[in-house]
Design a protein around this ligand. Structure first.
Ligand code: F6R
Length: 612
């Protein structure tokens, strides 16, 4: 997730910007840059790939870039690999405009084509550069910066927090926001913008939060804010009393919880660029409809939670495509002499894009002639570069070791890919397809509903946190979901936990159930609800305590059998795991919290597993 900071005042801007960017480092980034307006009214831009210390060395800690007005940026690559040229700020060709941006401009290709046709030359592969170039295009014609900013904002689609400097606006910079965080800071004789308060808390605790559609003109002596129709807006000021470490986590105690709460937004970012006017668009997919039709084998390969996404994917893709889909652990696939060839598609899934076993599996699949497609979060990572095609999840950086938002975004992306393939193959009816699309559109809001109230889950965690063994059972998609719920719990709470296909219990595992054993019974897969209820009855008869999960419409029915029932909103059956996983993540979190575990950095685990 990119970070933005802007300063205007009497001090030298560059050291303040560098210091602010350092405070945003926790958000994750791969490159950084600053733009500062010189006394001669030149936009000086310094930027580089890599850590902030590279930028600091390049600018002598900011001292080599003189000026009292500037914006800075840490970039987390989305469009274009991490590189010096793709780093922000981006300058317009005439060097009159500099832009930093957090978010994704969804229609940048169309705008770029328009500007290229006008003779504009682009330097970078980013979506952001179109904002700088389009702004200069309008500014050339109107000579009015604010007017040009509004024209640009009306033309671009997607999410943005923008910091904009104009050479001809020597005492102010402009900020704009839609679906990406940006706040205003009011200091003594200086003002700021920032992606979050950490970047400016040293200088001021007096802030106002920008709302979608607002545009701010930021000067040293104050900030004017306007709404989407350029009408002045009075902002409510807030006093921030968080300490710096709480501020980094957005006020949450742990990154994991922050990332759990970010899931609706992350999923929205995954869905929105690929769903236009109710139609699925996979422009980035390097597979033609003919090539999709010619595939005779689909194999999903991944590790850990990414593998669990593949498990859900197997059920969903087979349902949608009416073709066999295999899912394999990457560490098994690579040594299994896998049966894939030129007519196979191997889909590898990886948050980090660096997991060694997944990488090895990808290379092997390629060596065997298979087409490869990667679902990856980290842009420019090894897996993203080596796969034939890549679909980015755009979840933003995930800091907590236990994945949450990467899992959710991978899941929804794989569902969307499955639906797209099904449309190409004609294996799904138009009505069914429309139902899924409509549920995809409401999914982020439904996720918000689940996350809005965590009290019941917190209470259940307080009842069961000292159990030594917890079982998750479920059928079909609920079984796949249970695997993730169980992994989440064991990795951060260190409680032994296992996930079982509910129908498999009686083939051995049921002997482990005794008085007071906690069984988390997942019953959100409506077609097999009755079967799952029978399994609850079986384990209850052996003394198990039950925490059960289902969709709202089945909650009442389930409470006749289970003492503790959690519900999530109903949605299309294939999307139900996207909602069901949320209570499981929260349960794991609160159990680990009660046990005093190091939630963000569980013992023996690493975020990126680059060893075998
Ligand atoms: C669990 C978790 C791991 C990862 C696994 C694969 O919370 O995060 O199981 O899912 O190590 O990592 P990636 O997705 O980076 O390949």
């Amino acid at each position: 997730m990119c970070g933005i900071v802007g300063y205007v005042g009497k001090e030298q801007a560059a050291p303040i910007l560098l210091e602010g960017l350092e405070k945003l480092e926790y958000r994750g980034y791969d490159s950084a840059g600053i733009a500062v307006l010189s006394e001669e009214k030149e936009l000086q831009v310094k930027k580089s790939k890599g850590r902030l210390k590279v930028l600091s060395a390049l600018t002598d800690g900011g001292r080599a870039v003189e000026g009292t007005l500037g914006v800075g940026h840490t970039r987390w690559a989305t469009h274009g690999e991490p590189s010096d040229v793709n780093s922000h700020p981006h300058l317009s060709s005439g060097r009159r405009i500099a832009v930093v941006h957090n978010g994704i401009i969804e229609n940048y290709v169309e705008i770029k084509e328009f500007l290229l046709a006008q003779g504009v030359c682009f330097q970078s592969e980013t979506d952001t550069e179109v904002v700088a170039q389009l702004l200069e295009y309008y500014y050339d014609r109107s000579g009015d910066v604010m007017d040009s900013v509004y024209r640009v904002l009306h033309r671009i689609e997607g999410a943005y927090a923008l910091g904009i400097m104009c050479r001809d606006l020597p005492d102010a910079f402009i900020a704009a926001r839609k679906d990406a965080p940006l706040l205003l800071g009011y200091g003594q004789g200086c003002c700021f913008i920032a992606s979050d308060v950490t970047a400016i808390i040293k200088h001021t605790r007096d802030v106002a939060y920008m709302e979608d559609g607002e545009v701010a003109l930021v000067r040293a002596d104050g900030i004017q804010v306007f709404d989407a129709l350029a009408q002045p807006v009075e902002k409510e000021h807030h006093h921030v009393d968080w300490d710096v470490s709480a501020a980094e986590k957005g006020g949450y105690a742990h990154f994991m919880f922050k990332e759990i709460m970010e899931q609706p937004e992350a999923v929205r970012k995954t869905i929105s660029p690929r769903l236009k006017g109710g139609r699925l668009c996979f422009d980035e997919l390097k597979l033609t409809p003919e090539e999709i039709r010619a595939l005779n084998r689909i194999c999903i390969v991944a590790c850990g939670s990414s593998y669990h996404v593949g498990m859900v994917g197997k059920y969903n893709l087979e349902r949608l495509l009416r073709r066999p889909v295999d899912v394999m652990l990457a560490s098994e696939f690579r040594y299994a002499d896998p049966l894939v060839d030129e007519s196979s598609l191997v889909i590898v899934i990886s948050q980090s894009g660096e997991t060694l076993d997944t990488m090895a599996a990808l290379r092997q699949a390629k060596a065997l002639g298979a087409r490869t497609l990667a679902i990856v979060n980290v842009v420019g990572s090894s897996i993203a570069r080596e796969a034939d095609g890549v679909l980015y999840t755009w979840a933003g950086p995930e800091i907590a070791v236990a994945t949450t938002k990467a899992y959710s975004t991978q899941l929804v992306l794989l569902d969307m890919l499955g639906l797209y393939f099904a449309q190409v193959l004609g294996s799904v009816t138009e009505e069914e397809s429309a139902r899924i699309v409509s549920e995809l559109q409401t999914l982020p809001a439904k996720m918000e509903t689940v996350l809005a109230d965590t009290e019941q889950i917190k209470y259940l965690a307080s009842q069961y946190f000292n159990h030594s063994s917890i079982f998750f059972i479920g059928r079909n998609l609920d079984y796949a979901l249970g695997l993730e719920g169980s992994l989440k719990l064991k990795e951060i709470s260190y409680i032994h936990s296992e996930a079982y296909a509910a129908g498999e219990l009686k083939h051995g595992t049921i002997s482990l159930i005794e008085d007071g054993t906690l069984v988390v019974a997942l019953c959100s897969y409506a077609p097999l609800f009755d079967k799952s209820v029978s399994n609850i009855v079986e384990v209850k008869a052996r003394g198990a305590d039950i925490v059960a999960l289902t969709g709202e419409s089945l909650g009442e029915e389930l409470s006749k059998t289970a003492e503790n029932v959690l519900t999530v909103p109903d949605t299309h059956v294939i999307l139900q795991p996207s909602l069901g996983v949320l209570p499981l993540q929260i349960f794991a979190y609160y159990v680990a919290l009660q046990r005093g575990c190091d939630i963000d950095k569980p013992r023996n685990l690493a975020k990126s597993v680059t060893v075998e």
